[in-house]
Design a protein. Sequence first.
Lengths: 410, 131
Amino acid sequence: MPPKAPEDLCRTIETLYRSESGRILATLVRLLGDLDLAEEAMHEAFAAALETWSQTGLPDKPRPWLISAGRFKAIDGMRRRGRFVAAQSAQALQLEARVNEAPPEEELEDDRLRLIFTCCHPALPSEGQVALTLREVCGLTTEEIARAFLVTPATLAQRIVRVKAVIRDQAIPYQVPVSQELSARLGAVLQVVYLVFNAGYSAEATGAGLSREAIRLGRLLLDLLPEPEVMGLLGLMLLQESRRAARSTAEGELILLDRQDRSLWNREQIAEGIALTESALRSRRFGAYTLQAAIAAVHAETSSAASTDWRQITLLYDRLMRIQPSPVVELNRAVAIAMYEGPEQGLCLIDDLLAGEELANYALAHSARADLCRRLGRLSEARVSYERALTLARQEPERRFLSRRLEELK
Amino acid sequence: MKYICLGYYDPAKHADMTEDERNAMFDECFEYDDHLRANGHFSGGEALQPRETALTLYWKNGKVAITDGPYTETKEQLGGILVLEAHDMNHAIQLMSQHPAVKYGSIFEIRPAADLNDMMKASEQRRKNTA
């Protein structure tokens, strides 16, 4: 048994784990070429630190110490297994030969970027990308991720095991894609970040945590890869997050944008979000995230719902439709037009959209239609659409909101 | 986090092994346990004597009843319990999937330990209030 480490050393190591484990893991993944091996080696390195540092004190540079310890632990492990599997033994020798090359500091940051691209590789199923990124890049535990997505730890654990097996079987490399591929692959990474953010946007209790993680990821990405769309996405997330305190009551009842108390909006997040969006727009190489951020920025800059510049918002939706056409964008554009030109115009567009297949089962399309009918005084139509929305809505706060609206119409 | 790993094995399979094979298996398993111990993963554990030595205790007709044998009868029997210290469920899976016993046909059920601290505190409070 190792000597009992003093309490403050335990706390120091816990703090180190929180701040450094992401970087250390990423570097070990590059050195060892295997995620499982790297994780195990990292945990063993932290355990070794507790034992060694209680005698020698904290080293000057804990991170290189931990990386080096992790490497030796991995070599030990390979040697141990190498007694039964020849390939492992050869790998151990190879690794040992490289053990004294110290990686330069800037390479360490590249390691994190490599790991992000691997976790978000398009060959992996979307659920797996999200779970793996949260665990390997953000450092969340299996149990924490499971809680956030309302699945059992056993389910989530298997999801992670499966996705790791795909990385191994398809020999997905740990590398940042070359420049021709970069923008497409970056798209997949941004999509994962936005999925994490959206999972946190609507969920009540666990939501704030996931949104925070997504924003942290966005910041990390921006540090590593300052591309316009990375700025745009981070800006978008900050602008949406700035309304968190205002968009529900203490009892968890939903409050829509036009009824929110705008003094509750987080000014700091708005300022940062707008600055990022403006830099992204100036680059002239922006995409759909930046345009969505620009739309959010128009709302954020407006002091009351009535004075919203709906013309500007409609124009931004037009541009968004050109680069990323989708029925959901069309729906949002229709709502903006209803505000700018009048409810009849909006209703025409929504009815056309609902006639198509894609939005026929989309709760928000029916509740948007209901709202326009209500404003036009067509109350029985409004009721039918609210009822339809209610049968399609899955989130509890959304369902309560729709029921309340229905009550008001009776 | 602590994970309780329940190791099941089929005694019939073990009976078919030669003594050398059995020794090789034990050596591998004990070596891996040492490795877990050396890295702070081995929080405790015991091997169990065969199920013939087991008895089962329960409440029946207002009193404690006892029968011979284990609580559940399956082809596999519970051979040992390992309390594993791991970072999370996937770390536990990673550590246990390398356990040589798996390769020799043992089955591990991995169960996260439950934290009953809050329940115990609430219970203490209730008992204090009724006392």
